[in-house]
Design a protein around this ligand. Structure first.
Ligand SMILES: O=C(O)CCC(=O)C(=O)O
Ligand SMILES: [Fe+2]
Length: 251
C-alpha cells in the first residue's frame, strides 16, 4: 500500500531520503562558436530554484573579487552579495548536470563550490573575466589551474525586475527574433549580446583558449539591476582538480 503515499510527492522536501536526481529536459542553443557560448533554457527546475534559495537564506555577504595583486577584497566593481552553496543531494544533481553537459571527461573534482550572487536595486558586477588574469596567485596547480568554463544561471528575479542582464560586449548578438525571448533585443548592436535574467535558464561559455590562456572575448558584466532584485548562480569548472579543502567534503 506504500505506493499510495507517493501521490502527494510534489510537496515533499527536496532533500528527503527518497529524493532522486532527475535532470530536466533543458534546451541548448549555440550563441557563438568562438568564443563558445551556449544558451540553456530550463536548466534549473522550479524546485531547484526554491531549494537553492532556502538553503542559502541569511548567508549572503558582500562579494569579494580578486584584484591584480592577488588580494581578495571588496571592490566597487562588484556591489552584489554572494554565498557558497552547501553541497547536498540537490546541489550535487545540478553539479552532475553541469559536468555531463561538458561531456564525460570532466571529473567532479574540477568543479568549484557552487556560488549564488544576489543583486538588489542599483547593484552590479562591472566588466570582468571569470578566468584569473593573475594566474600566479589564483590559478596554481594546487588551485586546479584557471577557470576553463562558466555557467551563469538565473535562480530568481522579482516580478518587477528591470536591468540585471548579463552583457558580453565582444560577442555579437544573434539575429533571429526568437532570441528576443532570452536576449535584450533593444541593446544597440555595438554593445554585443545581453542575456536577460530569465529564471531557470543559464548561459554556458568557455573561458580559456585551446592553449589554456584566457579568452579576452569572454569579458562580461552583470548590468545594474535598475529595479527589483535578481539571484544568479555560478558553476565554474577548473582545468584540473581542486583539493578537498577548497571543494569541501564530496558528499
Ligand atoms: O550577474 C550577472 O549577470 C553576471 C555575474 C557574473 O559574471 C559573475 O558572478 O561572475
Ligand atoms: Fe562573471
Amino acid at each position: 500500500h506504500s505506493h499510495h503515499h507517493r501521490e502527494g510527492d510534489a510537496q515533499k522536501p527536496m532533500t528527503s531520503d527518497d529524493y532522486v536526481c532527475q535532470h530536466p529536459a533543458y534546451q541548448s542553443h549555440i550563441v557563438s562558436k568562438s568564443p563558445l557560448v551556449i544558451y540553456l533554457s530550463n536548466f534549473l527546475t522550479e524546485e531547484e530554484q526554491k531549494h537553492l534559495q532556502e538553503i542559502t537564506e541569511n548567508t549572503f555577504t558582500h562579494s569579494a573579487v580578486a584584484d591584480a595583486s592577488g588580494a581578495e577584497g571588496l571592490r566597487q566593481t562588484r556591489t552584489s552579495q554572494s554565498t557558497n552553496v552547501p553541497r547536498d543531494a540537490v546541489v550535487r544533481c545540478i553539479e552532475e548536470r553541469a559536468l555531463l553537459f561538458q561531456g564525460f571527461d570532466v571529473p567532479r573534482a574540477h568543479l568549484e563550490p557552487v556560488q549564488l550572487v544576489r543583486y538588489g536595486a542599483g547593484e552590479r558586477y562591472h566588466f570582468h573575466t571569470d578566468w584569473y588574469t593573475n594566474a600566479a596567485a589564483h590559478a596554481t596547480a594546487a588551485l586546479g589551474g584557471n577557470r576553463l568554463s562558466s555557467f551563469f544561471a538565473y535562480v530568481a528575479a522579482s516580478e518587477d525586475v528591470t536591468g540585471g542582464g548579463t552583457n558580453f560586449p565582444a560577442v555579437p548578438a544573434p539575429r533571429d527574433e526568437r532570441w528576443c525571448a532570452f536576449v535584450d533585443c533593444d541593446e544597440p548592436w555595438e554593445n554585443g549580446v545581453t542575456f536577460r535574467p530569465v529564471v531557470g535558464n543559464a548561459v554556458f561559455w568557455q573561458n580559456l583558449l585551446e592553449d589554456g590562456t584566457g579568452d579576452q572575448r569572454t569579458l562580461h558584466a552583470g548590468l545594474p539591476v535598475t529595479s527589483g532584485s535578481k539571484i544568479g548562480m555560478n558553476i565554474w569548472t577548473r582545468q584540473g582538480p581542486l583539493s578537498e579543502d577548497v571543494r569541501g567534503p564530496d558528499v
